[in-house]
Design a protein around this ligand. Structure first.
Ligand SMILES: Cc1cc2nc3c(=O)[nH]c(=O)nc-3n(C[C@H](O)[C@H](O)[C@H](O)COP(=O)(O)OP(=O)(O)OC[C@H]3O[C@@H](n4cnc5c(N)ncnc54)[C@H](O)[C@@H]3O)c2cc1C
Ligand code: FES
Ligand code: FES
Length: 483
């Protein structure tokens, strides 16, 4: 098989690391970056707390080239397979200081007493380092957002938030700013070869295409292989469910899938675009989507997770899906010889089940631009605001003309095996005046429309109540809207 057989290359801090999996049987292609680092001498700063992306004790920063510069991203190393590092710089807490001189974020943590038992501290320091490299004089929201994915059970967050504000004020002046040009040259060299990485041992085959044509070819040749993009879902199959992932196609570095395009009537979103990049693009352009993505996982998760992964995994509580259905978004799918489009509504056919052929990939999402007259909202109700999975989620879109409902879409997550319309309620509302009496009647229909599950997050009665009350909230919020 043509390609870089069994070998990946990346920078571990400033050192070039070449891993030849055929020479290191203790490493599997699905070994996580966390477990790899913990297996090395002098890299034990990174900690395992949960192994499922919830605690941030394993946070590291990855630098990759974007537009000729380095882009720094904090990520949960417990969710990242080793080959996902190929062509990147992995920065660990051990590398922040310069000899005896601490990095500004470390010094600020010391000065503000930001640590007690210390278990969470390396992860917190790396999140602050990611903040330092991306924000000068960050807003309070940016600081909180950078820390949402880091749990600390002893210090309390006040000293850490103070440390963030102090460290990230003023001009950026750390050793990484000085070494950046050299790292850019080294990473450019590592990324110059676009042939795929293929890693094979007696029990696993890991295919890492760098271009879309190779990804589609692999899809055709290995139709049973698991697709992984950000790996925030697939990694859990290994870390939590202890599955052996036998065949994997890793599309995380296919650059042709990472874009956001604005056309006159629609937005086109590459399936490989990270949720965090989409959140930034959506700012000011698609407010209801931005609102939802602001509370999607944590920054570490959003830096990894992709739009295609959110739709492809078809979770009944996938947060982008209700709104995308309400806005009549489509998925674009490609195989080596065919391209097709289908509505997201038709694409999701059951619990975690999608209408995809074994040789296809989701390549993009096409989102029609809603008319300004439409009132659009998304809602997420969860047990806590940050870093939690939805109990009930919703995407609503209303077009009313002279106070009469011309068109309404009410799409819910968490109420059935897949995200669904409240068809009966929509039908009832059509042509009716958008007034409190109509809404009260519609709420009763909505309350009885679904038969949701009772599970660890909520019982069925609570879910029905939440769904019903979200309609009232939508109505109340629509009052300021001109149409
Ligand atoms: C701690 C934590 C918090 C989370 N919080 C949220 C949250 O707040 N809201 C939410 O909605 N989700 C959340 N998730 C779930 C997950 O992060 C999202 O569903 C994410 O968008 C998945 O994207 P990914 O790229 O990581 O998917 P991956 O794990 O890489 O892939 C998942 C599956 O999607 C399919 N797939 C991926 N890309 C393609 C493609 N291009 N073509 C065809 N199929 C494809 C494949 O079947 C693949 O197996 C959370 C997960 C964790 C671990
Ligand atoms: S170990 Fe908890 S997020 Fe990775
Ligand atoms: S300092 Fe102990 S968990 Fe944070």
């Amino acid at each position: 098989m043509k390609g870089k057989g069994n070998v990946i290359r990346f920078l571990l801090n400033e050192k070039l690391v070449e891993i030849d999996f055929s020479l290191l049987p203790e490493l599997k292609p699905t070994t996580t970056v966390l477990n790899y680092l913990r297996s090395l001498p002098f890299h034990k700063g990174v900690k395992e707390g949960c192994a499922e992306g919830d605690c941030g004790a394993c946070t590291v920063v990855v630098a990759e080239i974007a537009d000729g510069r380095l882009r720094y991203k904090s990520i949960d190393s417990c969710l990242v397979f080793l080959p996902m590092l190929h062509g990147k710089q992995l920065i660990t807490v051990e590398h922040l200081a310069s000899g005896e001189i601490l990095h500004p974020v470390q010094q600020a943590m010391v000065d503000r007493n930001g640590s007690q038992c210390g278990y969470c501290t390396p992860g917190i320091v790396m999140s602050l380092f990611g903040l330092y490299k991306n924000h000068r004089d960050p807003s309070k929201e940016s600081v909180m957002d950078a820390l949402t994915g880091n749990l600390c059970r002893c210090t309390g967050y006040r000293p850490v938030i103070d440390a963030a504000a102090i460290a990230c004020s003023g001009t950026e002046n750390d050793k990484f700013a000085k070494t950046e040009p050299d790292v850019v040259i080294r990473l450019t060299e590592l990324n110059s070869d676009k042939s795929p990485v293929t890693i094979e041992n007696s029990s696993q085959k890991y295919l890492k295409p760098m271009v879309l044509s190779d990804a589609l070819r692999f899809r055709k040749e290995f139709p049973r292989a698991i697709i992984t993009a950000g790996a925030t879902d697939t990694a859990l199959r290994q870390t939590k469910k202890k599955e052996l992932l036998k065949e994997i196609i890793d599309i995380s570095d296919v650059q042709e899938l990472k874009y956001f395009r604005e056309e006159q009537d629609y937005f086109q979103i590459g399936a490989g675009l990270s949720i965090e990049s989409l959140r930034q693009y959506a700012d000011g352009k698609i407010p209801a989507l931005k609102q939802m993505l602001d509370i999607f996982g944590s920054l570490q998760i959003r830096n990894l997770a992709t739009v295609g992964g959110n739709i492809g995994s078809a979770s009944p509580i996938g947060d982008t899906i209700p709104l995308l259905i309400a806005l009549k978004a489509q998925v674009e799918l490609k195989s080596t010889n065919v391209a097709r489009r289908c509505s997201i509504e038709d694409f999701i056919i059951g619990y975690r089940s999608v209408d995809i052929f074994p040789d296809e990939l989701i390549t993009s999402i096409i989102l029609p631009k809603p008319s300004p007259e439409r009132f659009i909202r998304s809602y997420k109700v969860s047990r806590r605001k940050d870093l939690d999975i939805s109990t009930v989620s919703a995407g609503f879109s209303l077009l009313s003309v002279n106070g009469i409902v011309e068109d309404i879409k009410l799409v819910f997550g968490g109420m059935a095996a897949q995200p669904v319309h409240a068809f009966k309620t929509e039908k009832f509302l059509l042509g009716k005046p958008w007034i409190v009496k109509t809404i009260r009647d519609a709420m009763e229909i909505l309350y009885n429309e679904f038969t949701p599950l009772s599970d660890a997050r909520a019982n069925a009665g609570y879910r029905n109540l939440v769904a019903r009350n979200l309609l009232l909230k939508f109505f109340e919020e629509s009052k300021g809207h001109p149409a």
